[in-house]
Design a binder for this molecule. Sequence first.
Ligand code: 26Y
Length: 824
Amino acid sequence: MLMYSDSFEKETFKETVKDNVKALFRKQIEEATPQQIFQAVSYAVKEIIIDDWLTTQAEYRKKDAKTVYYMSMEFLMGRALGNNLINMTAYKEVREALEEMNIDLNVIEDQEPDAALGNGGLGRLAACFLDSLATLNYPAYGCGIRYRYGMFKQKIENGYQVETPDDWLKEGNPFELRREEYAKEVRFGGTIRFEKDPETGKDTFIQENYESVRAVPYDMPIVGYGNHVVNTLRIWDAEAITNFSLDSFDRGDYHKAVEQENLAKRIVDVLYPNDNHYAGKELRLKQQYFFISASLQALIAKYKKHHDDIRKLYEKVAIQMNDTHPTVAVPELMRLLIDVEGLDWEEAWEVTTKTCAYTNHTIMAEALEKWPMDLFSRLLPRIFQIVQEIDRRFISEIRAKYPGQEEKVEKMSILWGGQVRMAHMAIIAGYSVNGVARLHTEILKGQELKDFYEMMPEKFNNKTNGITQRRFLLHGNPLLADWVTGRIGDGWITDLSKLENLKVLVNDEQARREFMQIKYKNKVRLAKYIKEHNGINVDPRSIFDVQVKRLHEYKRQLLNILHIMYLYNQIKEHPEMSFYPRTFIFGAKAAAGYLRAKETIKLINSVADVVNNDRSINGKLKIVFIEDYRVSNAELLFAAADVSEQISTASKEASGTGNMKFMLNGAPTLGTMDGANVEIVEEVGAENAFIFGLSSQEVINYENNGGYNPVDIYFNDWELKRVIDQLMDGTYSGGDHNMYRNLYNSLLNTQCTDRADTYFILKDFRSYVEAQKKVEAAYRDENRWSKIAMMNTACSGKFTSDRTIEEYVKDIWKLEKVGVSLVQ
Ligand code: 26Y
């Protein structure tokens, strides 16, 4: 069957869907449930993808092309069906075909659970990168874990977050392919004995009494846009190696067999739902080694099929480590090269350091992985020996370069204070170290990683993040996508810089009216979602002010809600005051054990309860908390936003990528000069953004000089004081004086945190209030606002992940494009 829009066969497609419903569910299409139709449609789509998948991989083989392996603990893919149809350029055709069968594609798409194998930015970035790599014709694998349960589902009960398991595979996953024949063994624990090989005289290392697990890969197709390229996301499942068999039952080992089965499965049970916070859990290290060892074994086997010199691995393979989470790849690659392939240390080190590269996504100390040495060596005894040797050699390099400066050893070695510092290993072994926005990379070079930068400046480079316009405009905002295409052609879909052609239209009144009309329709669409999910009526003519992202203190959702409390006080106190109606929308998951984050969610919901039900304010203020914020509902939110809240404490947000999705959809940034906001303002112009707050340098200066005293501000700003006091006086807690005590203390009490107001909320409060006033004034001026909104879309070209990927390819991976010819 043919599918791409140039050759779509509607009747064949419809027949296939009907046949699939019969074959899968023994039903006629009229009797099938939406979920069953989703399955039937997906299998029809997969059938076509498979052909392109085969062709692509054959072409890669023929060209013997260099391949990048993107190693990541997280891939936040979201739904596949709609995205695949978009990239196969068959979305509209399929929608019409289904319409003829009285089936609504939107309803069918809603049947698919999000593949939420990630927490937030880092995981979604990996997903955008895969989309761009395929679209740009680059050979690439994503390598990760097939978590049985992805990111938890969030329910809000009585204003509190409640986590429930995300059983995303319950109905089966039509797009995945189990690849039994590529299963690998991964070993944990035990002891290491070494022997001299009597023939070669080389040391050989023998692991004994270990526990082993079978890693089985599942492949998911990654469809490029309109180019028939299909790359692979390979995620690993874990199984016991001793097969649960009648044999063991007979031997009375039944129990043991089941036990082993369960132990193995546990490895891939669940994604750790911590974002930017390291917890040091043994099972997580197991997960890391599990998928890394399996992926490296597989890539070496693949390489060796057609190459005989493993010393040249780096000519055909680049390994990108998505933060420190996959860094165990360094010693594992060394182990495979030395113990299995028989290379000596120097040879293996050369291969490893020409193959592995590292991306840093955070400068926050609490996010850095530092494994306790005893845990690490117990779980991975041979790997630990190798880490020790890497460290020993590196320390002698430090001493050679900086004689007498022993503090350099303390600051840069891998093993220190009983810990294995994973970031150090990644920097030492990686041939490239990159940050994810210009400011972030500069901070790494000048502060956090200063010593490394001084010692090896050539490794450091910046790769400002990006997002895929295929999902976040073409799929998520079809009205705007069609309008843009009507105005400037469809070149933007694969070349986002084309959006700059919209700039001339900013002075065209008609164009602006159409642009704002589309925004309005998207707001109506979101209002409907909110009505259905929250039971709240919101006015699509009000300003939609949106903050959606993980809940974290540094992202300062607390600043946002304190400001809303302040506005509410103002409106109550001055009912005559002119105030443009606002709808404040939040979406955020808090890590399950993060108390202050959970308290913030409760606060937002409680303020929402009070404010939304206060008739005296005539609906001027509405607050909505979107339950279970995830990729699929994010698409609706970006399309409908008027204002993009990007209000992190300057220096803390490495880049941000939500900021780019809002911008693309025509929402100006209300934000600090942090992460990629800096570059957004540079592209769009300061007059088309609303910037406030301390600069990163000011924050860093305060931090180095012992912070500041928020209590001074508190006593000198009675309106702010009143808001903070309202956390304790029962206004938003039905009289309970303890409900928000942790939040209150975090702002004022030095005894409860290392430093009161660690994230400078009081310090930035007034500046935020002023910026918000400017937003309101700008919005009242329809002409001005429509220009601002359109300029944001028009200037967002830089922030495509296509640009980011081209930079990685050119500076780090050195890949060649491989064309896939149409085979039908
Ligand atoms: C160690 C472990 C618990 C851990 C797990 C997840 C540590 C960090 C993370 C996730 C980090 C993350 O998502 N970082 C974000 O990466 C984005 C993509 O580069 C950035 O845009 C964003 O600023 C950064 O916070």
